[in-house]
Write a protein that binds this ligand. Structure first.
Ligand code: BMA
Length: 338
């Protein structure tokens, strides 16, 4: 008898039982919704979430929430921490959204890459901060239509690398671009293509949290969008990229790993959305807390193990390329047709 591979559900991330951890009603000032937070651990171990806050015009700004244990007792800034500045940055006319935070040891600063929304559409902007109280804006670095961007924490042959998601054709992919000053970007390459046909990540994908550096490679959680009769369905998957060549995918998971299930993920301003922009890793080097926007309405957390994610990829991943010393051999030239 032919052996058939089945792809059942494996619980790689466990939802925090008291989800959602942050909602509009928790905010010290009036807001419509809070979602899609960037995340980082500060030097003293405090978890900082830079939350996307949408007001009742539909415009977003960013507001920091801090917690000692990363799940409750959040201290929310009494007013917006980082507000659009359309006078000096017209690209922020209709708000700033979906921040991804990367700590850059070389600068001893955090880089925040976010979506800036204006007449031209959503683009990518960048700012630096030491404390999430004051921000040094670089401004727009990628023109519309582009979003889902994060900076990698180290240079590659002297150049910074940015993952982002421009929209060009009917299928949209994750791209990587390089820069020596964080302002001018070039050497643009497709990093990961959306698949095709009935795949969960067909036609539209984008980076979730900034990549995690592991001995095996850069581990990336990304979202895939399924277009259905009743709207979009946002799910998450995993892929691993070469440590020295982050534009080369080594392994790509086949099933999704996380999908809207709970009522707060199923129903909200936009139904059926789980959308992480950040995660933290505990000092054990293994425990991940992933922070995600649920249904574009509130913020939830789910915990996973880095070790388990990597071993899951070994089992459920499709090997696309292998590194042997200085050489990388591409084994699968057509991974999106699988
Ligand atoms: C994406 C982004 C996210 C949003 C998601 C679902 O395109 O704009 O901010 O959470 O759509 O609406």
């Amino acid at each position: 008898m032919m052996s058939i591979r089945t792809y059942g559900y494996e619980q790689l991330f466990l939802r925090y039982p008291a989800n959602p951890i942050l909602r509009a009603a928790d905010w010290p000032y009036g807001v419509n919704s809070v979602f899609n937070p960037g995340a980082t651990l500060l030097q003293d171990g405090t978890t900082l979430l830079l939350c996307r806050v949408e007001d009742q015009r539909g415009h977003s700004h960013l507001c920091a929430a801090r917690s000692a244990n990363g799940v409750d007792n959040w201290q929310i800034d009494p007013e917006p921490s980082f507000y659009p500045d359309p006078e000096n940055h017209p690209d922020e006319l209709w708000g700033i959204e979906d921040p991804r935070i990367t700590y850059i040891p070389e600068f001893e600063k955090y880089v925040v890459v976010y979506t800036s929304f204006s007449r031209g559409g959503p683009g990518v902007s960048l700012a630096l901060t030491e404390d999430f109280h004051s921000f040094e804006r670089i401004g727009a670095i990628m023109p519309p239509h582009d979003k889902d961007a994060a900076l990698l924490p180290v240079r590659f042959d002297g150049l910074w690398a940015l993952i982002h998601r421009p929209v060009g054709g009917p299928r949209v992919h994750m791209w990587i671009s390089y820069s020596n000053d964080l302002i001018h970007w070039g050497d643009h390459r497709i990093q990961l293509e959306s698949r095709r046909g009935s795949w969960w990540d067909a036609d539209k994908i984008g980076l979730s949290a900034p990549p995690i550096r592991t001995p095996q490679g850069w581990l990336v959680i990304y979202h895939g969008v399924r277009h259905t009769c009743s709207g979009c369905l946002y799910r998450l998957g995993l892929a691993l990229f070469d440590l020295e060549r982050p534009d080369i995918c080594l392994v790509r998971g086949e099933p999704w790993i996380f999908s809207p299930e709970e009522p707060y993920e199923r129903f909200g301003d936009v139904n059926n959305v789980v959308f992480p922009c950040g995660l933290t890793i505990r000092p054990d080097g293994d425990t991940i807390t992933m922070y995600y926007g649920a249904a574009d309405t509130c913020i939830a957390a789910a915990m996973g193990s880095l070790r388990k994610l990597l071993s899951w990829l070994e089992e459920y991943g499709r090997v696309i390329a292998v590194r042997d010393g200085d050489n990388i051999t591409i084994l699968d030239h057509n991974p999106t047709d699988a």
